[in-house]
Write a protein that binds this ligand. Sequence first.
Ligand code: KG4
Ligand code: ZN
Length: 343
Amino acid sequence: MEKEDVLILAIESSCDETASAVVKNGREVLSNIISSQIALHTVYGGVVPEIASRKHIEKINQVIEAALNEANVTLKDITAIAVTYGPGLVGALLVGVSTAKAISLASGIPLIGVHHIEGHINANYIENKELEPPYICLVVSGGHSHLVIVKDYGEYEILGKTRDDAAGEAFDKVARAIGLGYPGGPKIDKVSKEGNADAIHFPRAKVVDSVYDFSFSGLKSAVLNYLNSCEMKGIPVCQADVAASFQKAVVDVLAEHSMNAVEEHGLRKFAIAGGVASNTSLREAFIKECSARKIEFYCPSPIFCTDNAAMIGVAGYYEYLKGVRHGYDLNAVPNLRLGEKCE
Ligand code: KG4
Ligand code: ZN
């Protein structure tokens, strides 16, 4: 390790993954430990906040220790501690924030609070060393769907967002309705490969007064109506066809809005981020759309799309360079908006 190297110890606990990572100079991931609680929540069909918080408490110290060990460093090598402080489940966030504050206080290592969505966007820097702002990014996760211009590191202009359900939320709800269970996104992705995406035409919603906003609740209702009408008519439902047709409706809307934004703003670089960005069909659609328009396309590997701490380490690094440091009054902010930061 060189003396001038900036090493960020990152902590992420906003939902159902307890994660820690060590990131060197913003773009090199030395370790990326993720303890997933998926199995624990599957029986309930979704994340149970209280259970998530309790599990984070159980796991967090082990996960941080594993991240330091795998990176072959100790706290003495760490320049700053970056932690997700919002948005997310308040109890879950508090575990990460309190742990980060405790380590910072005991060791004297500076503390930096990181915005979870900013983390998702920054995941693109890990494997694309040449990527620099400005570019357009589509962030699609379980709680958020945002189309943004990344103007500079940590500087965003929101072009559009969802008016109701997030893209991932729609995947999860439709998966439950067709009997696939939790977690819905990866299951719909898998089963869609066996289905016909043109079998059923589901609506592609447009938001009248904002061309870049999304709305997925109508699509979800259309799927539910389709299932009900099949049941009433005694027509058997083909799970794979419903999944593939629903997935295509989501991907079409995301791709159309994104490509319109890219064209209108004259930016030739486009990135995707968030859990839904790991969707096979979505990735294929964007590869095709971007290559047809000669736009550089960036996407993180699936492991850096879904929740992880490496992305928080990258975002933390750019905050560190800007001189951002937080005090021990840093609190969890469950509904923190992109572009809104605690001083
Ligand atoms: O970013 P993420 O891990 O957590 C949040 O910040 O919300 O995103 C989780 C969401 C879930 O709704 C999950 O169903 C969805 O991402 N997801 C997927 C896929 N993998 C995860 N959606 C579609 N296809 C996938 N392969
Ligand atoms: Zn996330």
